[in-house]
Ligand binder design. Sequence first.
Ligand SMILES: Cc1ncc(COP(=O)(O)O)c(C=O)c1O
Length: 407
Amino acid sequence: MKSTLDKTNEFLMPNYGKIGLEIISGKGAYVSTKDAQGKRKRCRDWLGGFAVNSLGHCHPDVVAAIIKQSKKLMHVSNLYATSPMAELAAKLVELTEDKNAKVFFCNDGTGANEAAAKLARIWAYEKYGPEKNTVVALMDGFHGRTMFSISLTGQKKMQKKFAPGVPGVKFVNLNDIGSLHRVVNDDVCAIIFETIQGEGGVNIMDQGFYNEIETLSQKYNFLRIVDEVQSGIGRTGRMFSYQQYENISHHGPEIITLAKALGGGLPIGAVIAKGNIGQSMLFGSHAATFGGNPVSCAAALAVLKVIEEYDLLNFAKQQGEYLMNILADFAGIHKDKIKQVRGEGLMIGIQMEEPYQAGDVVKAMYEKSVLIGTAGPQVVRFLPPLIVTKDQIDQTLKKFEQVIKRL
Ligand SMILES: Cc1ncc(COP(=O)(O)O)c(C=O)c1O
Protein backbone atom coordinates (compact mmCIF):
# COMPACT_ATOMS: atom_id res chain seq x y z
CA MET A 1 0.00 0.00 0.00
CA LYS A 2 1.26 3.48 -0.83
CA SER A 3 2.03 5.72 2.13
CA THR A 4 0.85 9.31 2.54
CA LEU A 5 4.32 10.48 1.55
CA ASP A 6 4.35 8.26 -1.54
CA LYS A 7 0.95 9.55 -2.64
CA THR A 8 1.92 13.16 -1.90
CA ASN A 9 5.04 12.86 -4.02
CA GLU A 10 3.22 10.96 -6.78
CA PHE A 11 0.01 12.96 -7.11
CA LEU A 12 0.88 16.52 -6.14
CA MET A 13 2.78 18.97 -8.34
CA PRO A 14 6.43 19.18 -7.33
CA ASN A 15 6.40 22.91 -6.51
CA TYR A 16 7.18 22.31 -2.82
CA GLY A 17 10.00 19.88 -3.64
CA LYS A 18 10.12 16.29 -2.53
CA ILE A 19 8.23 15.94 0.74
CA GLY A 20 9.99 13.77 3.31
CA LEU A 21 7.90 14.19 6.44
CA GLU A 22 4.26 13.66 7.28
CA ILE A 23 2.59 15.59 10.08
CA ILE A 24 -0.09 13.43 11.59
CA SER A 25 -1.49 15.63 14.33
CA GLY A 26 -0.72 18.71 16.38
CA LYS A 27 -1.46 19.95 19.87
CA GLY A 28 -0.19 23.18 21.39
CA ALA A 29 3.49 23.63 20.63
CA TYR A 30 3.97 20.04 19.39
CA VAL A 31 3.28 17.91 16.32
CA SER A 32 3.42 14.15 15.71
CA THR A 33 5.45 13.30 12.63
CA LYS A 34 6.21 10.24 10.52
CA ASP A 35 9.23 10.03 8.22
CA ALA A 36 9.78 8.09 4.98
CA GLN A 37 10.92 5.02 6.94
CA GLY A 38 7.68 5.09 8.93
CA LYS A 39 9.46 6.28 12.08
CA ARG A 40 7.17 8.36 14.27
CA LYS A 41 8.42 11.25 16.37
CA ARG A 42 6.92 14.01 18.47
CA CYS A 43 8.47 17.34 17.52
CA ARG A 44 8.36 20.83 18.92
CA ASP A 45 7.00 23.11 16.20
CA TRP A 46 8.90 26.39 15.84
CA LEU A 47 7.84 26.90 12.25
CA GLY A 48 4.12 26.95 12.95
CA GLY A 49 3.01 26.40 9.36
CA PHE A 50 5.06 29.48 8.46
CA ALA A 51 3.71 31.76 11.19
CA VAL A 52 0.12 30.51 11.04
CA ASN A 53 -0.21 28.49 14.25
CA SER A 54 0.48 31.37 16.60
CA LEU A 55 -1.74 29.93 19.32
CA GLY A 56 -0.15 26.52 18.80
CA HIS A 57 -1.97 23.64 17.11
CA CYS A 58 -5.69 23.10 17.55
CA HIS A 59 -6.21 25.68 20.28
CA PRO A 60 -9.34 24.49 22.16
CA ASP A 61 -11.14 27.85 21.91
CA VAL A 62 -10.54 28.03 18.16
CA VAL A 63 -11.60 24.40 17.69
CA ALA A 64 -14.78 25.05 19.72
CA ALA A 65 -15.61 28.14 17.62
CA ILE A 66 -15.09 26.17 14.39
CA ILE A 67 -17.30 23.29 15.56
CA LYS A 68 -20.04 25.63 16.73
CA GLN A 69 -20.09 27.66 13.53
CA SER A 70 -19.75 24.70 11.16
CA LYS A 71 -22.88 23.15 12.67
CA LYS A 72 -24.77 26.33 11.97
CA LEU A 73 -23.62 27.74 8.60
CA MET A 74 -20.53 27.03 6.52
CA HIS A 75 -20.86 29.15 3.39
CA VAL A 76 -23.05 31.76 1.77
CA SER A 77 -22.49 34.17 -1.07
CA ASN A 78 -21.22 37.66 -0.32
CA LEU A 79 -24.60 38.85 -1.54
CA TYR A 80 -25.67 38.15 2.04
CA ALA A 81 -24.52 39.19 5.50
CA THR A 82 -23.38 36.77 8.19
CA SER A 83 -22.76 37.47 11.83
CA PRO A 84 -19.16 36.10 12.03
CA MET A 85 -18.07 38.18 9.01
CA ALA A 86 -19.69 41.37 10.32
CA GLU A 87 -18.30 40.83 13.86
CA LEU A 88 -14.79 40.16 12.57
CA ALA A 89 -14.84 43.23 10.31
CA ALA A 90 -15.99 45.36 13.26
CA LYS A 91 -13.22 43.91 15.45
CA LEU A 92 -10.51 44.57 12.85
CA VAL A 93 -11.74 48.14 12.40
CA GLU A 94 -11.59 48.59 16.19
CA LEU A 95 -7.98 47.34 16.19
CA THR A 96 -6.92 49.94 13.63
CA GLU A 97 -8.29 52.72 15.86
CA ASP A 98 -10.02 54.32 12.88
CA LYS A 99 -13.75 53.94 13.03
CA ASN A 100 -14.06 54.78 9.33
CA ALA A 101 -11.83 51.89 8.22
CA LYS A 102 -13.34 49.27 5.90
CA VAL A 103 -12.47 45.60 5.47
CA PHE A 104 -12.31 43.23 2.50
CA PHE A 105 -12.02 39.50 3.18
CA CYS A 106 -10.27 36.94 0.99
CA ASN A 107 -8.60 33.59 1.52
CA ASP A 108 -4.86 34.10 1.95
CA GLY A 109 -1.94 36.50 2.00
CA THR A 110 -1.46 36.80 -1.72
CA GLY A 111 -5.18 37.47 -2.14
CA ALA A 112 -4.96 40.23 0.45
CA ASN A 113 -2.02 41.88 -1.30
CA GLU A 114 -3.63 41.55 -4.75
CA ALA A 115 -6.73 43.24 -3.38
CA ALA A 116 -4.70 45.95 -1.63
CA ALA A 117 -2.74 46.80 -4.79
CA LYS A 118 -5.94 46.84 -6.85
CA LEU A 119 -7.56 49.05 -4.22
CA ALA A 120 -4.64 51.51 -4.42
CA ARG A 121 -4.99 51.67 -8.21
CA ILE A 122 -8.74 52.15 -8.25
CA TRP A 123 -8.48 54.73 -5.44
CA ALA A 124 -5.90 56.70 -7.46
CA TYR A 125 -7.88 56.28 -10.69
CA GLU A 126 -11.02 57.69 -9.09
CA LYS A 127 -9.20 60.54 -7.36
CA TYR A 128 -6.39 61.53 -9.73
CA GLY A 129 -6.98 59.72 -13.05
CA PRO A 130 -5.33 56.77 -14.82
CA GLU A 131 -1.71 58.05 -14.86
CA LYS A 132 -1.20 57.56 -11.13
CA ASN A 133 -0.78 53.79 -11.18
CA THR A 134 2.80 52.94 -10.15
CA VAL A 135 3.16 50.65 -7.15
CA VAL A 136 6.53 50.76 -5.40
CA ALA A 137 7.80 47.68 -3.59
CA LEU A 138 10.98 46.72 -1.76
CA MET A 139 13.82 44.49 -2.86
CA ASP A 140 13.87 41.24 -0.88
CA GLY A 141 10.21 41.72 0.03
CA PHE A 142 7.69 38.91 -0.36
CA HIS A 143 4.00 39.40 -1.02
CA GLY A 144 2.73 36.13 -2.47
CA ARG A 145 2.59 34.09 -5.62
CA THR A 146 -0.33 35.35 -7.70
CA MET A 147 0.61 37.61 -10.58
CA PHE A 148 0.31 41.07 -8.99
CA SER A 149 1.78 39.87 -5.69
CA ILE A 150 4.72 38.11 -7.34
CA SER A 151 5.31 41.22 -9.47
CA LEU A 152 5.57 43.17 -6.20
CA THR A 153 7.95 40.60 -4.73
CA GLY A 154 11.54 41.84 -4.94
CA GLN A 155 13.10 38.43 -5.54
CA LYS A 156 13.99 37.84 -9.19
CA LYS A 157 14.30 34.08 -8.83
CA MET A 158 10.58 33.82 -8.06
CA GLN A 159 9.51 35.96 -11.03
CA LYS A 160 11.94 34.82 -13.69
CA LYS A 161 10.00 32.18 -15.61
CA PHE A 162 6.62 33.86 -15.17
CA ALA A 163 7.46 37.07 -17.02
CA PRO A 164 6.03 39.40 -18.02
CA GLY A 165 4.81 40.55 -14.63
CA VAL A 166 2.18 43.20 -13.93
CA PRO A 167 3.42 46.51 -15.40
CA GLY A 168 3.75 49.68 -13.32
CA VAL A 169 5.86 48.22 -10.50
CA LYS A 170 9.13 49.77 -9.31
CA PHE A 171 11.56 48.66 -6.63
CA VAL A 172 13.60 50.39 -3.95
CA ASN A 173 16.14 48.99 -1.51
CA LEU A 174 15.17 48.52 2.13
CA ASN A 175 16.53 51.30 4.37
CA ASP A 176 18.01 53.14 1.37
CA ILE A 177 16.40 56.57 1.44
CA GLY A 178 18.30 57.61 -1.70
CA SER A 179 16.71 54.84 -3.76
CA LEU A 180 13.29 55.82 -2.40
CA HIS A 181 13.82 59.41 -3.56
CA ARG A 182 14.97 58.25 -7.01
CA VAL A 183 11.81 56.21 -7.61
CA VAL A 184 8.97 58.07 -5.96
CA ASN A 185 7.03 60.71 -7.94
CA ASP A 186 3.48 61.86 -8.67
CA ASP A 187 2.71 58.67 -10.65
CA VAL A 188 3.01 56.52 -7.53
CA CYS A 189 -0.33 55.36 -6.10
CA ALA A 190 1.12 53.14 -3.36
CA ILE A 191 4.15 51.62 -1.73
CA ILE A 192 3.87 48.13 -0.31
CA PHE A 193 6.27 46.96 2.38
CA GLU A 194 6.86 44.58 5.25
CA THR A 195 8.24 46.22 8.37
CA ILE A 196 10.12 42.95 8.91
CA GLN A 197 10.81 41.04 5.72
CA GLY A 198 10.00 37.45 6.62
CA GLU A 199 10.83 35.36 3.56
CA GLY A 200 13.51 37.84 2.49
CA GLY A 201 15.72 37.11 5.52
CA VAL A 202 14.09 38.70 8.59
CA ASN A 203 15.29 42.20 7.63
CA ILE A 204 13.96 45.04 9.76
CA MET A 205 12.90 48.40 8.33
CA ASP A 206 14.57 51.18 10.31
CA GLN A 207 12.69 54.12 11.81
CA GLY A 208 14.27 56.68 9.47
CA PHE A 209 13.19 54.80 6.34
CA TYR A 210 9.68 54.28 7.74
CA ASN A 211 9.43 58.01 8.49
CA GLU A 212 10.66 58.91 5.01
CA ILE A 213 8.00 56.73 3.40
CA GLU A 214 5.42 58.58 5.47
CA THR A 215 6.78 62.01 4.54
CA LEU A 216 6.90 61.14 0.83
CA SER A 217 3.42 59.60 0.93
CA GLN A 218 2.08 62.95 2.08
CA LYS A 219 4.12 64.91 -0.47
CA TYR A 220 3.15 62.75 -3.47
CA ASN A 221 -0.29 61.60 -2.27
CA PHE A 222 0.27 57.85 -2.35
CA LEU A 223 -0.94 55.12 -0.02
CA ARG A 224 1.17 52.99 2.29
CA ILE A 225 0.27 49.31 2.21
CA VAL A 226 1.82 47.47 5.13
CA ASP A 227 1.96 43.72 4.53
CA GLU A 228 1.30 42.25 7.98
CA VAL A 229 0.54 38.81 6.58
CA GLN A 230 3.43 37.25 8.51
CA SER A 231 4.26 39.89 11.10
CA GLY A 232 0.71 40.75 12.19
CA ILE A 233 -1.66 39.36 14.86
CA GLY A 234 0.87 39.34 17.67
CA ARG A 235 3.87 37.72 15.99
CA THR A 236 6.15 40.63 16.92
CA GLY A 237 4.59 41.22 20.34
CA ARG A 238 2.26 43.83 18.86
CA MET A 239 -1.04 43.37 17.06
CA PHE A 240 0.54 44.97 13.97
CA SER A 241 4.30 45.14 13.59
CA TYR A 242 4.21 48.74 12.27
CA GLN A 243 3.22 49.75 15.81
CA GLN A 244 6.91 49.35 16.73
CA TYR A 245 7.62 52.76 15.16
CA GLU A 246 7.48 55.92 17.22
CA ASN A 247 5.89 59.28 16.38
CA ILE A 248 3.43 57.86 13.93
CA SER A 249 1.26 60.64 12.63
CA HIS A 250 -2.33 59.75 11.71
CA HIS A 251 -2.80 56.07 12.51
CA GLY A 252 0.03 54.36 10.67
CA PRO A 253 -0.18 53.03 7.10
CA GLU A 254 -3.45 53.54 5.24
CA ILE A 255 -3.84 49.88 4.21
CA ILE A 256 -3.03 46.78 6.25
CA THR A 257 -3.03 43.25 4.81
CA LEU A 258 -3.46 40.20 7.01
CA ALA A 259 -3.69 36.41 6.66
CA LYS A 260 -1.73 33.52 8.23
CA ALA A 261 -2.24 33.71 12.04
CA LEU A 262 -5.58 35.50 11.73
CA GLY A 263 -7.50 32.27 11.08
CA GLY A 264 -5.75 30.19 13.76
CA GLY A 265 -5.19 27.48 11.11
CA LEU A 266 -8.15 28.13 8.82
CA PRO A 267 -7.60 30.03 5.57
CA ILE A 268 -8.49 33.71 5.68
CA GLY A 269 -7.03 36.95 4.37
CA ALA A 270 -8.08 40.51 5.06
CA VAL A 271 -7.43 44.01 3.79
CA ILE A 272 -8.16 46.89 6.14
CA ALA A 273 -8.25 50.33 4.52
CA LYS A 274 -8.47 53.44 6.66
CA GLY A 275 -10.38 56.67 6.18
CA ASN A 276 -12.59 56.56 3.11
CA ILE A 277 -10.10 54.68 0.91
CA GLY A 278 -12.07 51.43 1.10
CA GLN A 279 -15.06 53.19 -0.46
CA SER A 280 -13.14 53.13 -3.77
CA MET A 281 -13.72 49.37 -4.07
CA LEU A 282 -16.88 50.13 -6.00
CA PHE A 283 -19.66 47.65 -6.62
CA GLY A 284 -18.37 44.92 -8.95
CA SER A 285 -14.69 45.97 -8.73
CA HIS A 286 -13.36 42.98 -6.79
CA ALA A 287 -14.59 39.78 -5.15
CA ALA A 288 -13.68 36.44 -3.58
CA THR A 289 -16.25 33.64 -3.42
CA PHE A 290 -14.99 32.29 -0.10
CA GLY A 291 -14.01 35.70 1.32
CA GLY A 292 -15.55 36.18 4.76
CA ASN A 293 -16.34 32.49 5.09
CA PRO A 294 -18.35 32.17 8.34
CA VAL A 295 -16.25 29.32 9.76
CA SER A 296 -12.94 31.08 9.04
CA CYS A 297 -14.32 34.32 10.51
CA ALA A 298 -15.55 32.50 13.64
CA ALA A 299 -12.06 31.00 14.03
CA ALA A 300 -10.46 34.44 13.61
CA LEU A 301 -12.75 35.98 16.21
CA ALA A 302 -11.71 33.22 18.62
CA VAL A 303 -8.02 33.88 17.86
CA LEU A 304 -8.38 37.59 18.63
CA LYS A 305 -10.30 36.86 21.82
CA VAL A 306 -7.63 34.44 23.08
CA ILE A 307 -4.90 37.00 22.33
CA GLU A 308 -6.77 39.61 24.36
CA GLU A 309 -7.90 37.37 27.22
CA TYR A 310 -4.43 35.94 27.87
CA ASP A 311 -2.57 39.19 27.16
CA LEU A 312 -0.56 37.31 24.55
CA LEU A 313 0.90 40.45 22.98
CA ASN A 314 2.82 41.28 26.14
CA PHE A 315 3.61 37.63 26.74
CA ALA A 316 5.03 37.20 23.21
CA LYS A 317 7.08 40.37 23.64
CA GLN A 318 8.58 39.12 26.91
CA GLN A 319 9.27 35.64 25.55
CA GLY A 320 10.83 37.20 22.46
CA GLU A 321 13.15 39.35 24.56
CA TYR A 322 14.14 36.34 26.67
CA LEU A 323 14.86 34.28 23.55
CA MET A 324 16.76 37.07 21.81
CA ASN A 325 18.97 37.69 24.85
CA ILE A 326 20.05 34.07 24.94
CA LEU A 327 20.62 34.06 21.18
CA ALA A 328 22.69 37.25 21.44
CA ASP A 329 24.93 35.46 23.97
CA PHE A 330 25.25 32.47 21.61
CA ALA A 331 26.15 34.79 18.77
CA GLY A 332 28.89 36.30 20.95
CA ILE A 333 30.30 32.86 21.80
CA HIS A 334 29.95 31.34 18.30
CA LYS A 335 31.08 34.32 16.25
CA ASP A 336 32.67 32.05 13.66
CA LYS A 337 29.29 30.49 12.85
CA ILE A 338 26.63 33.09 13.68
CA LYS A 339 26.89 36.40 11.90
CA GLN A 340 23.84 38.18 13.30
CA VAL A 341 20.64 37.58 15.24
CA ARG A 342 17.70 39.83 14.39
CA GLY A 343 13.97 40.01 14.87
CA GLU A 344 11.06 41.41 16.84
CA GLY A 345 8.99 39.50 19.35
CA LEU A 346 8.81 35.90 18.18
CA MET A 347 9.81 36.51 14.55
CA ILE A 348 13.50 35.73 14.66
CA GLY A 349 16.23 35.21 12.08
CA ILE A 350 19.74 33.92 12.71
CA GLN A 351 22.13 34.78 9.92
CA MET A 352 24.83 32.13 9.58
CA GLU A 353 28.41 32.92 8.60
CA GLU A 354 29.62 31.54 5.26
CA PRO A 355 29.92 28.65 4.45
CA TYR A 356 27.35 27.41 7.00
CA GLN A 357 23.95 26.72 5.50
CA ALA A 358 20.62 27.32 7.22
CA GLY A 359 19.25 24.11 5.65
CA ASP A 360 21.85 22.04 7.53
CA VAL A 361 20.74 23.60 10.82
CA VAL A 362 17.10 22.77 9.99
CA LYS A 363 18.01 19.12 9.34
CA ALA A 364 20.09 18.83 12.51
CA MET A 365 17.31 20.42 14.59
CA TYR A 366 14.82 17.91 13.19
CA GLU A 367 17.15 15.14 14.38
CA LYS A 368 16.69 16.74 17.79
CA SER A 369 12.89 16.79 17.34
CA VAL A 370 12.46 20.47 16.62
CA LEU A 371 10.90 21.89 13.44
CA ILE A 372 12.32 25.25 12.33
CA GLY A 373 12.59 27.05 8.98
CA THR A 374 14.90 29.09 6.80
CA ALA A 375 14.63 32.51 5.18
CA GLY A 376 17.01 32.17 2.26
CA PRO A 377 20.13 29.97 2.21
CA GLN A 378 21.91 31.65 5.11
CA VAL A 379 19.18 32.56 7.59
CA VAL A 380 17.66 30.19 10.15
CA ARG A 381 14.13 31.19 11.13
CA PHE A 382 12.40 30.69 14.47
CA LEU A 383 8.62 31.21 14.56
CA PRO A 384 7.55 29.63 17.86
CA PRO A 385 3.94 29.90 18.97
CA LEU A 386 3.07 32.99 21.03
CA ILE A 387 2.29 30.63 23.93
CA VAL A 388 5.87 29.30 24.09
CA THR A 389 7.11 28.85 27.68
CA LYS A 390 10.54 29.76 29.08
CA ASP A 391 11.19 26.07 29.69
CA GLN A 392 10.51 25.27 26.06
CA ILE A 393 12.77 28.15 25.00
CA ASP A 394 15.58 26.91 27.27
CA GLN A 395 15.29 23.34 26.03
CA THR A 396 15.11 24.30 22.35
CA LEU A 397 18.02 26.70 22.56
CA LYS A 398 20.10 24.07 24.33
CA LYS A 399 19.54 21.81 21.33
CA PHE A 400 20.27 24.70 18.99
CA GLU A 401 23.61 25.36 20.70
CA GLN A 402 24.54 21.68 20.42
CA VAL A 403 23.74 21.84 16.70
CA ILE A 404 25.77 25.03 16.21
CA LYS A 405 28.76 23.56 18.06
CA ARG A 406 28.72 20.46 15.86
CA LEU A 407 28.42 22.27 12.53
C1 LIG B 1 4.74 38.91 4.16
C2 LIG B 1 3.97 37.91 3.36
N1 LIG B 1 3.06 38.35 2.48
C3 LIG B 1 2.33 37.50 1.74
C4 LIG B 1 2.51 36.14 1.83
C5 LIG B 1 1.70 35.21 0.99
O1 LIG B 1 0.75 34.59 1.76
P1 LIG B 1 -0.03 33.30 1.22
O2 LIG B 1 0.96 32.20 1.09
O3 LIG B 1 -1.08 33.06 2.25
O4 LIG B 1 -0.61 33.68 -0.09
C6 LIG B 1 3.46 35.64 2.74
C7 LIG B 1 3.69 34.19 2.85
O5 LIG B 1 4.67 33.72 3.36
C8 LIG B 1 4.20 36.54 3.52
O6 LIG B 1 5.12 36.13 4.39
